[in-house]
Design a protein around this ligand. Structure first.
Ligand code: UDX
Length: 435
């Protein structure tokens, strides 16, 4: 199938490459010429395992092109809109500027029978409005939310755990479904569950899923707060409740909390949209979810300051991790970076290291100091704080690390270290919600 993907950020670049990888003929469009040049050269503009490989193989197969010129969508039958919907400055609501602009720019190139497919996360009601924008061209619109996780984006796109199509009622919807079935033929032949529904449900599925995940994390972090004053161990609590299949162990890791380009902004945008709809009360709990989450960052900072005897000024703090999660260079709303910046603000001499997210962090916060390795960050540190659970940090040798530091105090903001092994090597270990 001939496909266009408008917007080549985290979502669009992976989608374009993955669609080419499974055999479609794809053009990726973005207004950012530098990004397009990188992608066209077969290089990923951000860190995502497996993406460089499929970018190069798709380019070599001749099935994947990139362009800054919207006119290059000509010939494509299905057009995915995968542009960002960031949080509006100073507000909770989503900023739809890029989505609206992308659809407006696409309209002149649409032909009757084309399908415009929204992938961006949007406030419920957006798809119905955009369907009216494309209708005069004879094209139709579907909403097909994306559930990919950074770090697993390629796998999640090629083999998603479910597909959701939001389509119009009647014949137009049936035709849209048939077009999407052709796009996703490979996943569907592997029995991927498919939900075909209306626009509003499809839009809500995405925000409801992210709201649920965020709630699950804040729930366990709330339990960590209780554990912290009772001497209980939240990791054992999570294991024990996680054995209940109705609850499940995944997304019950307490620590510094969630970040990234989706969960934080999506729960805020959902609250804002619910308020617009007069149903703010229905999701009022999401404000609490957000508040619990933000308290976790503060908690990690407080523990570090406490371990420095309340005197962080000019003390050396090694911050291991800056990305919002491992296997990513993404620092959007990153709890790890926030902790580093806050400690720097307290006057501590912060030396940070992250395997992939340092150049992004340095661009945003040039005032922070960066080490070229975990060992370099540890040298002479008074306290070590782990805030992103990269494999290389989880596998640090506590005995070797002990030889590098000034103070053998480790604050494990992700509960990702082997507490007993660190203690055995002479460290004072402070976990999250653990005695
Ligand atoms: C999320 C959703 O998982 C994905 O389905 C959606 O498409 C986009 O948003 P992503 O932002 O890539 O994906 O990251 P995810 O793996 O969900 O983690 C989000 C944050 O929660 C990270 O900061 C992570 O460290 C944190 N987290 C996750 C926890 O603090 N505890 C957990 O138990 C799980």
């Amino acid at each position: 199938m001939k496909i266009s993907v408008i917007g080549c950020g985290y979502l669009g670049a992976v989608h374009a490459a993955a669609m080419a990888e499974i055999g479609h003929d794809v053009v990726g469009i973005d207004v950012d010429a530098a990004k397009i040049a990188e992608l066209a050269a077969g290089r990923a503009p951000f860190f995502e395992p497996g993406l460089p490989e499929i970018l190069t193989s798709a380019r070599d197969s001749g099935r994947l092109r990139f362009s800054t010129d919207m006119a290059d969508v000509a010939g494509a039958e299905v057009h995915f809109v995968a542009v960002g919907t960031p949080q509006r400055k100073g507000e909770n609501a989503a900023d739809l500027t890029f989505v609206n602009a992308a659809v407006d720019a696409l309209v002149p190139y649409l032909s009757a029978g084309d399908l415009v497919v929204g992938k961006s996360t949007v406030p419920v009601g957006t798809a119905a409005r955009l369907a009216d924008v494309v209708a005069p061209t004879g094209a139709s619109l579907a909403w097909n939310p994306e559930f990919l996780r950074e770090g697993f984006a390629v796998k999640d796109t090629i083999a998603p755990d479910r597909l959701v199509y939001g389509v119009a009622a009647g014949e137009a919807g049936e035709r849209a479904k048939a077009q999407l079935d052709e796009v996703y033929a490979r996943a569907l032949s592997n029995d991927t569950p498919l939900v075909v529904t209306d626009y509003a449900t499809a839009e809500l599925v995405k925000v409801a899923a992210n709201a649920f995940l965020a709630t699950k994390i804040s729930f366990i972090n709330a339990m960590a707060e209780i554990a912290e004053v009772t001497g209980a161990d939240v990791t054992q609590l999570a294991d024990a409740i996680g054995y209940d299949a109705r609850i499940g162990r995944r997304f019950l890791n307490a620590g510094v909390g969630f970040g990234g380009g989706c969960l934080p902004k999506d729960i805020r945008a959902f609250s804002a949209r619910a308020e617009e709809l007069g149903r703010g009360d229905s999701v009022a709990f999401l404000k609490e979810v957000d508040a619990i989450n933000l308290r976790r960052r503060q908690h990690v900072v407080d523990v570090v300051v406490e371990e420095l005897g309340g005197q962080p000024f000019e003390k050396k703090v090694a911050v291991l991790g800056l990305a919002f999660k491992p296997d990513s260079d993404d620092i959007r709303d990153s709890p790890a970076l926030d902790v580093a910046v806050q400690l720097h603000g307290h006057g501590a001499n912060v030396i940070a290291f992250d395997p992939e997210a340092m150049s992004n962090s340095a661009r945003r916060y040039p005032q922070l100091a960066f080490a070229s390795s975990a060992s370099e960050a540890l040298e002479g540190a008074d306290v070590v704080v782990v805030v992103t659970e990269w494999k290389e940090f989880r596998e640090l040798d506590p005995a070797a690390a002990a030889d590098l530091v000034q103070g053998k105090i480790v604050v494990d903001g992700r509960n990702c270290l082997d507490a007993a092994a660190w203690r055995a090597a002479g460290w004072k270990y402070r976990g999250m919600g653990r005695p």
